[in-house]
Design a protein around this ligand. Structure first.
Ligand SMILES: Nc1ncnc2c1ncn2[C@@H]1O[C@H](COP(=O)(O)OP(=O)(O)O)[C@@H](O)[C@H]1O
Ligand SMILES: [Mg+2]
Length: 481
């Protein structure tokens, strides 16, 4: 049996002593550290298989340290335990590559059970501590980035590739859902068979059925030859249903049957045909919510998400921006047959300030645009970026400047010309007060937006409009209940 090395970070000395005893009894090695910073130092210098870290309420750096640990080559699996169990922290932990987030079990027994589960997982995973070592080289060449979030996604690709389960990939537009679907297929045992892409958003409603299921000769006027549908084409390979949320309800029903039986009827035929496809579906919509609104079948969703993964938006992993930009530049310059360019110092700083609503797709396009705007110049500057991005950034920074300025002090001085009209001063002061009020309110309600809206006396849409106006981020706030 493999002996694993565990690092435990906790401020409670009794807990550490108890854990050390339990872990030695299970024939694994334990190292204890009393603070998060000492724990990080230990993890950076010694290769551990597992890190159990207690996020201390007094120390908000747990997630940052988790991220640093997961950036180590062949990183250990990290379990974050917390005395309180904070849902926001739980989400941040999982997003940043934690194996699990748990409320600290009472007593050593609960903790020992958690570790046994991890030991079993590591044993199954085999000697390759890093799942990505099992992925093909093409996968890395296409999927660029080394943020913990991307690494976690690649680990999931490796796991999904090993299994035959249906996979559901979520994520905003441009986050790479199709690329990851392809990577799962290409690393699976079906790699030499077809990867059939069905873009559910682009299928005309009248043709969905015949496109998916195919038809017999004479099935309808104009069907002068039999037509093999996409489901049949994926026989032995992988069927990728992109934007599966757009699938019309009646088709969802027939498709559910295909999923259950892997057999179906061609349009205009009563013969059953089989297709042994593996299904991967992707969506940028919230399917759970669509189920609640009766726009998506619950039973179908349940089947689709046997294995599910969520791709992170680019703004949550800005450390990947540079790598993707350089990769794209090299690729484009090669294909244009021009000399590679370099980037000015402030170029990446500029890129990281932008929100990237279109994610990697938007970044790739922006780089392409910057390269062609730079023409023969060897260095790419922010001024080469698409105009709409530069306008957005300029507006944001102007707004920050304005907000940072105390409203009236700016207007004092002897120069008569610099004095604004009263209306302007009033408007600036009101804007300032609104912003301060909203920020303080959100903080004092513990980011509970519903509660904040109630207290403010504003309508929901007005409240959100003000958040937007003042660029107050709602991404880390949520509507509860
Ligand atoms: N991690 C990544 N590294 C490099 N290119 C990426 C990455 N993620 C996405 N892309 C590129 O971004 C574009 C959009 O990806 P795609 O898979 O079509 O996104 P989605 O299906 O989520 O909208 C494609 O050109 C893809 O190659
Ligand atoms: Mg897509």
């Amino acid at each position: 049996m493999t002996r694993y090395n565990v690092l435990i970070i906790d401020h409670d000395a009794d807990f550490l002593a108890g854990m050390k005893k339990t872990i030695s009894r299970l024939n694994h090695g334990a190292t204890c550290m009393p603070t998060i910073s000492e724990g990080l130092q230990a993890a950076l210098h010694t290769p551990f298989d597992i890190v159990v870290m207690n996020s201390e309420p007094s120390d908000s750096r747990a997630i940052e340290v988790l991220r640093k640990i997961r950036e180590i080559p062949s990183p250990p699996e990290v379990v974050v335990v917390s005395d309180s169990g904070d849902p926001d922290e739980a989400e941040a932990a999982i997003r940043n590559g934690a194996w699990d987030y748990a409320e600290k079990p009472k007593g050593n027994r609960g903790m020992a059970l958690l570790l046994v589960r991890l030991f079993e997982y590591l044993a199954r995973k085999g000697p390759a501590r890093d799942q990505r070592q099992v992925l093909k080289k093409e996968t890395y060449e296409e999927i660029v980035g080394s943020s913990p979030a991307i690494r976690t996604s690649l680990d999931l690709v490796a796991m999904a590739a090993e299994s035959e389960a249906n996979v559901l990939i979520g994520g905003e537009t441009g986050t790479g859902k199709e690329l990851f679907a392809w990577a799962i297929h290409n690393n699976s045992k079906r790699a030499n068979q077809q990867f059939v892409v069905v873009d559910c958003a682009a299928l005309p409603p009248t043709l969905v059925e015949s496109t998916l299921f195919g038809y017999e000769k004479g099935a309808f006027t104009g069907a002068d030859r039999p037509h093999k549908g996409l489901i049949k084409r994926a026989d032995g390979g992988t069927l990728f249903l992109d934007e599966v949320g757009e699938l019309p309800l009646p088709i969802q029903r027939s498709f559910l049957r295909v999923l259950q039986e892997r057999s179906f009827r061609l349009v205009g035929s009563n013969k059953e045909t089989r297709s042994e496809f593996r299904l991967i579906a992707a969506t940028n919509r919230n399917l759970e919510q669509m189920v609640q609104r009766r726009q998506f079948r619950k039973d179908l969703l349940f089947r689709l998400k046997a294995f599910s993964m969520e791709l992170p938006p680019l703004r949550d992993r800005i450390q990947d921006i540079r790598e993707i930009a350089v990769h794209q530049m090299t690729k484009l310059c090669r294909s244009y047959n021009c000399a590679e360019k370099s980037f000015s110092l402030d170029f990446f700083e500029t890129l990281s300030r932008y929100e990237w609503p279109g994610n990697v797709r938007e970044l790739v396009n922006a780089i392409e645009r910057a390269i062609s705007a730079a023409r023969n110049e060897p260095v790419i500057f922010p001024k080469h970026l698409p105009t709409y991005i530069r306008i957005d950034l300029a507006r944001a920074s102007a707004m920050e400047d304005e907000a940072a300025r105390p409203a009236l002090e700016t207007f004092t001085g002897n120069n008569r010309d610099s004095w604004p009209r009263l209306a302007q001063a009033r408007e600036a002061a009101v804007a300032h007060a609104e912003r301060d009020y909203l920020k303080a309110l959100i903080a004092s309600t513990g980011k509970d937006i519903k509660k904040a809206i109630g207290i403010s006396g504003l309508s929901r849409s007005r409240f959100y409009a003000l958040l937007k106006k003042h660029r107050i981020s709602v991404s880390d706030a949520e509507e509860r209940g």
